[in-house]
Design a protein around this ligand. Structure first.
Ligand SMILES: Nc1nc2c(c(=O)[nH]1)N[C@H]1C(S)=C(S)[C@@H](COP(=O)(O)O)O[C@H]1N2
Ligand SMILES: [Mo]
Length: 526
């Protein structure tokens, strides 16, 4: 009997999947030991992230929010499982076809890995080992599978007239299943061990915990009590670090040792400047509250937060470097290759644009840019808030392009005037009578002078505004509503410091930030 035809397809696919799992385990282990930023998953995921156009980032964030990375990696894993099942089938149809497929996959990723910005010298190794391990495994497993059906012709049979003894395939099948399960289990174990090892050896976390921030030369004024309304469910005026949204392209959070950290300021400058961590700490640091928003924040969305940052004014650093007259942009680069293009003016005017090392009284959390990031009042994060920053190139908008501007987002990204209803929650059911409607409003750098609320198609009513920390931060607002039975639509709109009314025109986040008015529908019991 001919081998392939009788081989169950399902088992061959299972062999492919088990081989891939073992390969992934080997690749992840190799990454942890030799090239932490070059896990095959991180390489493929990172390339997909970099290839994504504006609408794709927008859709991913709209669907998955800050879980966009988990969603991406899950997607990559599912595609890999599908491909490996197919390679199992290929190996069944034609010995070594699956082997070739896995070797090719590993090879392609190994060639791509060193092109990533954060690649180390051994970046190519994990993917190569992953491919070889998967190829070897699929070959061996399918060979065992073949034995479950094709048995050698019996030349020493007892008697030619007796019907050929039917070979019992059960033991070899059991052996196949055992080996397949063992390969899959070993792969999963290795992957778990590798990620645990990576999490445990996160160097930056240890250094960060031991660190004590210097006292600011200019401390932020204490947050006035009048900055906060006592309304349950209303966003706190200062967002705790643990609740602060996180958006970046890093699948593996960059680990930067402050002792090795350098910031180079160069380009169109009279004087190149290099700054070390110790030098930065010895400078007179400033504390300042600034609201940071992501351009991908939808109307009513939560990709926004307010923190008290500790850092050194970027304008003072640039004053040392002395930008040339023709310069109009600073291209900041992070260790992982992300770039942002910030108008030079926003970094040299009187706003508190900081090279920040502290966030709400502690060193920057690793995922928020430890040890050093930028924070610029009034600009969306994608054009200003580079985390893990190591390089500032003074240049021109017509000469340099940044990460997101290369992908269809606008060159300039001033944060738009917006407001959000936090209380009541969308689709809440509330009791009739006096009910608090409350939220936040912002236009960092410019400031907000008022908020108005509309119930159904009624008149716009002025809400109470809390005391703003400064024009750079969002401000809480509140209105007492005498709720009557039925379903009601609540809308809000902010009034800018200059009297501008927040627009009703709805625009999506791409290419330069969403607009429109937040609408919350509630049901009031009778
Ligand atoms: N290195 C790096 N810095 C980055 C990004 C990034 O992808 N990589 N994303 C930017 C974007 S789009 C935003 S909105 C802010 C978010 O900062 P947070 O994660 O601390 O809230 O970081 C900015 N800085
Ligand atoms: Mo963003």
């Amino acid at each position: 009997m001919s081998g392939s035809r009788a081989l169950p397809r399902g088992l061959a696919a299972a062999a492919g999947i088990a081989a891939a799992l073992l390969g992934v385990g080997v690749g992840e282990l190799a990454a942890t030991l030799a090239a932490p930023t070059s896990s095959p998953f991180a390489v493929v995921g990172g390339m997909l992230i970099d290839a994504a156009p504006a609408w794709a980032k927008d859709t991913a964030i709209a669907w998955f929010g800050t879980g966009d990375k988990t969603a991406l990696l899950t997607g990559v894993a599912l595609v890999l499982l599908l491909i490996s099942a197919l390679l199992g089938l290929a190996e069944r149809a034609r010995p070594r076809a699956g082997v070739a497929g896995f070797v090719l996959l590993g090879f392609v990723v190994a060639v791509l890995a060193p092109t990533r910005a954060d690649a180390g010298a051994l970046a190519w190794l994990p993917a190569l080992l992953c491919g070889i391990a998967a190829a070897t495994t699929v070959h061996l497993l399918v060979r065992v599978l073949r034995r479950t059906v094709s048995t050698p012709p019996r030349t020493d049979g007892p008697s030619p007239v007796e019907p050929p003894e039917s070979v019992d395939p059960a033991p070899s099948r059991r052996r196949f299943l055992a080996w397949t399960a063992a390969s899959a289990a070993a792969g999963i174990l290795a992957t778990v061990a590798a990620s645990a090892g990576r999490a445990g050896s996160v160097a930056a976390n240890g250094v960060r915990t031991a660190l004590r921030l210097p006292k600011p030369a200019v401390a932020a004024a204490p947050i006035p009590a009048a900055a906060s309304f006592d309304v349950p469910g209303l966003s706190p005026v200062v967002t705790p670090n643990a609740d602060f949204y996180r958006i970046d392209t890093a699948l593996i959070v960059p680990q930067v040792d402050p002792a090795q950290w350098r910031l180079r300021i160069h380009g169109l400058v009279a004087q190149e400047v290099t700054l070390t961590w110790d030098e930065l700490l010895s400078l007179p640091l400033v504390e300042s509250a600034t609201t940071l928003s992501c351009v991908s924040n939808e109307v009513g969305g939560d990709l926004i937060g307010n923190a008290v940052w500790l850092g050194y004014p970027i304008r003072s650093l640039l004053a040392r470097a002395q930008p040339r007259a023709e310069a109009d942009m600073v291209l900041s680069t992070s260790v992982d290759g992300f770039t942002a293009g910030t108008p030079l003016e926003a970094l040299t005017d009187d706003r508190e644009a900081l090279l920040a090392i502290g966030m709400n009284g502690s060193p920057l959390p690793v995922e928020h840019g430890f040890p050093v990031r930028m924070v610029v009042p009034g600009l969306y994060g994608y054009v200003s808030a580079t985390k893990w920053v190591t390089d500032l190139e003074v240049t021109r908008f017509d000469r340099a392009r940044a990460y997101w501007t290369d992908r269809g987002w606008s060159e300039r990204g001033p944060i738009k005037l917006e407001s959000r209803i936090d209380v009541p929650r969308p689709n809440a059911t509330v009791a009739p009578g006096a009910t608090a409607i409350a939220g936040v409003a912002w236009q960092p750098h410019a400031g907000v002078s008022g908020v108005e609320v509309q119930i159904d198609e009624g008149p716009w009513q002025r809400a109470d505004l809390a005391t703003a920390i400064s024009a750079d931060t969002w401000v809480q607002w509140r209105l007492t509503w005498h709720a009557t039975a039925g379903t009601h639509a609540i809308r809000c709109r902010a009034i800018g410091a200059d009297g501008t009314v927040q627009t009703a025109d709805a625009a999506p986040p791409a290419p330069d930030g969403a607009t429109g008015r937040h609408l919350v529908t509630v049901t009031v019991r009778s």
